[in-house]
Design a binder for this molecule. Sequence first.
Ligand SMILES: [Zn+2]
Length: 143
Amino acid sequence: MALGFQRLRVYFDASNRRGLLLPDRPVRLGDVIDDYCPRCRLLLNHDVASLNVGLVAKTTCRTCHNTHDYRNAEAPPKRPTKKQLEKQKLFDEVLAGMGGGGAVPAAPVPTPAADEPAPEPAPPPPVRKKRDLWAELERIRKK
Ligand SMILES: [Zn+2]
């Protein structure tokens, strides 16, 4: 019994809310609707400023009073930031280096002839010792 009453109430609340959001009458000049304001860069309340064949053509932002074309209450897609563009560029460079289509062929390994001595392996790169400034100072003093 109590449950049925609650269900009935919820039904009425929902119908009221739907009635507020979607009026059955056509949009008129001066109506308040949501739209994206390019100056405020936000979805805000707008007044309908002009209509074209029953459809909203221009709206005026109720916050900054900027009149602009109706944008269907949709924010434009975000432009990538400079940092994101740089990151994408680097990413593309790396991908190009890995070689998807234009793969760089590996250098052929030369096979040493039997009478030729095998080429010496390249010496390991010199390990840079950390400079001990105190030891260097002592050495200079001794000179
Ligand atoms: Zn605005």
